[in-house]
Design a protein around this ligand. Sequence first.
Ligand SMILES: [Zn+2]
Ligand SMILES: [Zn+2]
Length: 231
Amino acid sequence: MALVICPECGKSNVSDTAVSCPECGFAIKAHFDKIKFEEIRLKTEKQAEIRKQEFETEQKRRQEERIKNVPQLEKPQLIAPIVVSIISAFIILLGFSMSCVSDLEAEYSSSHGNGDPRFQGGFLIVFGLCILGYAIYLFYKRISAYNLSRNNFEEYQRQVIREQDALQKRLEAERAAKTKQQANMPKCPICGSTNVVKISTLNRTVSVATVGLASSKIGKQYQCKNCKHKW
Ligand SMILES: [Zn+2]
Ligand SMILES: [Zn+2]
């Protein structure tokens, strides 16, 4: 309790807990309660704002630290791409040699249950080209990353973190989508199993046509494969 001046009539030594001013009847308590309440609200808001800023600064600091900790990329080794190129070249050559057969030879092979070598050869060529193409793509990416890490190490570090974050985001989105899908999946009301099939309209019509009105599928949409319950 404190003694205040009435804000309405200016009478001094009025208690701030008095319901009304003894002079003019002004609602003293309600007035000062409102001021106190407003002060508390502002203070809480300010604290929340400070906490939010602290959190954001901390997040930023952590992100910068992650970026700084990305190590320098080592020079790419040529051995792996060379080995992959040799293997895919071998597969492509094998495919060519298999597809370069005469009609007679092809027919002979087919009639002995070994399939058409021209078709198999074609498949091998495509397969070899796919391996080669993918290897070139990976090697190109590796070289680009290496060049960037040498020319602009900081930008390279940022890019690595960006890629990590994008991957993380994608995985999280996939997980969220899966959870949502599971939540929307029909569940058996008896045993709770999600191993449930939808009874198609056709299936239901056939069932009704063959066993008549006794069909257990009338008015039922789902069947549980676990306990055979229909609902
Ligand atoms: Zn007053
Ligand atoms: Zn069930």
